[in-house]
Ligand binder design. Sequence first.
Ligand code: TNX
Length: 514
Amino acid sequence: VSAVSLGVGTASARCKESTDAARLETLVPVPVDVTSTGRGYTITDATTITVEDATAEGVAEYLAEFLRAPTGYDLPIKTHQGRGGRDTISLQLSEPSSGDHEQGYRLRSNPSGLTIRANEPAGLFAGVQTLRQLLPPAIEHDTEQSTEWTVPGGHIRDYPRFDYRGAHLDVARHFFDVETVKQFIDYLAQYKVNHLHLHLTDDQGWRIEIDSWPNLTDEGADSEVGGGPSGYYTKEEYAELIEYAQRRYVTIIPEIDLPGHTGAALESYAELNCDGTKREEDTGTNVGDTTLCIDKDVTYEFVDDVIREVAEMTPGPYIHIGGDEAHVVSDSEYNTFMDRVVPIVQKYGKRPIGWHQILDAEPPSETIAQYWYTGHDAPDVAEAAQNGHDLIASPASHAYMDMKYNEDTELGLDWAGLTSVKDAYDWDPGSFLNGVDESAIMGPETALWSETLETLEDIEFMFFPHFPPVAELGWSPAAKTDEWDEFEHRLAAQASRWEIQGVNYYQTPQVPWP
Ligand code: TNX
């Protein structure tokens, strides 16, 4: 531990001080700048949380709720002008000063108190997630623990490398209920990921209620891979997820995969099929053999209704329309379809996103393309980026969380190869694609496809520890993310928190777990 001034005190106090200070060195994602200053702030029964005005109250409430159970303290929230004074955790919003990133924050801890300052509530929230990792792991318990709740002394200056940090979850191949998705959102927030892309529709199931086309969920939601119990989100449940995510500064991006991956819709409505007969229920894992009927007007009435309703229930700026693996349509049919459908998304006030194949249809440049192949060379994608398209980086060889860790991994797939935890860390989202400037990359996004995943435990097994490496690549400065030998120790230090949270993580031998 460098730059720790140990001050005076007993040997055991000094020992504790260095144990506390060590937590400044094990943060994931690693902050831009960390300075250790010796004695820090200890949260006690006397601590209050202060905010200057109502804007920061949501974050203050989140923090208080998080801390109250394990500490057993009241931690009242008070509105207080200026500095919080002694024995406070003070959440301050300041006027943005030039050069400060809007999602950034500064955190200071010394014996008299703790301050998090940010330009935006989202920055305060990021600072709160850092504070969480600065406290002893016991803070992750949801029952009262007796320990000293010391935040090491120091200051942190921090902001994200990419504004957009995403995670995709396939709730179509296997359905995951509201509680499971909430838990997933908590995992994203913990590692400062701020977008959740929900893959809501596919051949095996339609997972979102659409009032104007009720069979989608009356008939299209009761199957999944392997034929298990499955389900869908009612509009109320979807709203509950949106609200839960908003409180954690996570934006939900709904995906309606079109024109392929539509077996569940084709099974629900005969008229959406070119031959006018309903498709059979699909509980397998084939891809690419379904499509909406490109030549029928009803197809576009259907898409318009679905996009309108999804736009109405989604406050975030994006709708993802898939566009991948439409293997049973010709290039010209694909282009015809996208020429009609991309403007529908725009008409309802949303910015379209598609898997990178969507670029083949030459959509308007505000369309975002999500790159998911494994290679560094994709000249068409690079050219589109040069022409103004933004990209999301999800190369399957690094960011696909459903790729097996190694040959012995029972869950997951291996079509993009095996992806060890080290592989998940060993790439640069900003320069992965040749000919694409970092300025065209919105950020990295992990993808978790669920052909083989049935439960929260399965999700956790593929996500931990595949996920924190990519979360760090999205947040931390490039200069700080190239040393696996340093990262593996910080990752290992997270495990004591996962143990308490009950995360079913894979104990890969690549990481020196404690
Ligand atoms: C490819 S990635 C797909 C999905 C599969 C996934 C499995 C993409 C746009 N399409 O349909 O679930 O591989 O890893």
